[in-house]
Design a protein around this ligand. Structure first.
Ligand code: 9MR
Length: 363
């Protein structure tokens, strides 16, 4: 036997397998999703139908996120589309999906003017007392059914006007008075004392009047002993929403002592007036420069969250849809935009890596 030839080939095999294994762990490192780099939950809202028919989307969802919010299936108009009808099927499947993939299930939402079914509105118009009874029944039945399975709820969503500090004059408010908010929290807490209960709204990161009014309302609720435990900043922002303004709003919010959830994050380039079809197309194309700017903005949001919100108040950051293919923005505002961290082909954008850098960087 030619020993030197033998040892040479052993040597070559060892080097090659070492190289291969390094390459393997590199790949593994690259495949590590966002959640692996965060010490708070990273979530996404998604339509369950979209998720269930798209394997690639599922893989991305599972590898990047450890919290899930249903973008529309858990709202009142889908749960009880007709009087006396409760349809739990889809929710049961979301519960199964979250459990199987080790994800926190975030309940969105219990009371929202925009998802109140017509039959409820019609009945309430004739009998406001009935609405009070229905609200209690609905929240109790729903939260009890998913006790221990849904970790947290947006109990009241968007209870204030889009801009400024006024309460939104919804049918809930008109029929039950401002107290409907306190009652909703009370009923949810009675049904599941362990669930974290949020008030959730938009524009509060940039509209000082609205934020102040929200904080005042929270103070009043807390003073009355209402079981509110979290504040959700939807955080549907624009590239020109100033970072300093967002930072200041977060600083004020943490003083409530509540859990702080960035609950619906996305960042658009174009403009809108907050109304359906109210988009204004300023940018027709997404350039490389715009992609880089968006990456920086995503990074700043994570860094602000990590540095301003104390660890024990970090409930997590949730994206509202995570691909530019599926984003709600285009349909709702009737514009083209690129608000999320994955592109139309489901490839990660610079925004994804900006967010990731923000997670990885030491404060
Ligand atoms: O993105 C959601 C869209 O798929 C639904 O059709 C719509 C109505 O239920 O709600 C959208 O989500 C909204 C969320 O519930 C509250 N904040 C604003 C979100 C975007 O409109």
């Amino acid at each position: 036997m030619n020993y030197s030839k033998y040892f040479n080939s052993i040597f070559i095999i060892t080097i090659v397998s070492l190289l291969l294994s390094c390459n393997g762990s590199d790949k593994k490192e690259k495949l590590k999703g966002l959640k692996e780099h965060a010490d708070f939950p990273i979530g996404t809202a998604i339509k369950i139908k979209t998720l269930s028919k798209d394997e690639k989307l599922q893989k991305l969802q599972i590898s990047n996120f450890n919290s899930i919010t249903s973008a529309s299936d858990m709202k009142m108009n889908n749960i009880t589309p007709k009087e006396g009808v409760y349809s739990w099927g889809i929710i049961d499947s979301i519960v199964g999906y979250a459990h199987k993939n080790n994800q926190r299930l975030f309940g969105h939402n219990l009371i929202w003017h925009s998802s109140t079914p017509n039959w409820v509105k019609e009945k309430a118009a004739k009998d406001s007392l009935w609405l009070g009874t229905f609200m209690k029944e609905y929240i109790t039945k729903y939260v009890t059914r998913y006790k221990g399975k849904v970790a947290a709820w947006d109990v009241v969503n968007e209870g204030l006007e889009s801009h400024g500090g006024n309460v939104r004059k919804t049918m809930w408010y008109n029929a039950l008075g401002k107290d409907y908010i306190a009652k909703a929290f009370q009923y949810a807490h009675e049904a599941d004392p362990e669930a974290i209960l949020f008030y959730n709204d938009f524009n509060i990161e940039r509209d000082t009047l609205k934020l102040n009014s929200t904080l005042k309302m929270i103070k009043e609720l807390q003073a009355k002993g209402v079981p509110i435990s979290g504040l959700g900043f939807q955080m549907h922002i624009r590239m020109d929403t100033p970072n300093e303004v967002i930072a200041n709003s977060l600083k004020k919010a943490v003083k409530t002592g509540l859990q702080i959830h960035i609950s619906e994050l996305d960042i658009i380039f174009n403009k809108h007036d907050d109304t359906r079809r109210g988009g204004i197309q300023v940018y027709e194309k997404l350039t490389d420069e715009m992609k880089q700017e968006q990456a920086k903005k995503y990074k700043s949001i994570v860094k602000m969250y990590k540095t301003i919100v104390p660890k024990e108040q970090q409930y997590g950051i949730t994206f509202w849809d995570f691909t530019d293919r599926d984003t709600w923005i285009k349909g709702f505002f009737n514009i083209n935009d690129w608000p999320t961290i994955f592109d139309e082909q489901l490839e990660p954008k610079p925004a994804y890596f900006g967010f990731l850098e923000g997670l990885k960087e030491k404060n």
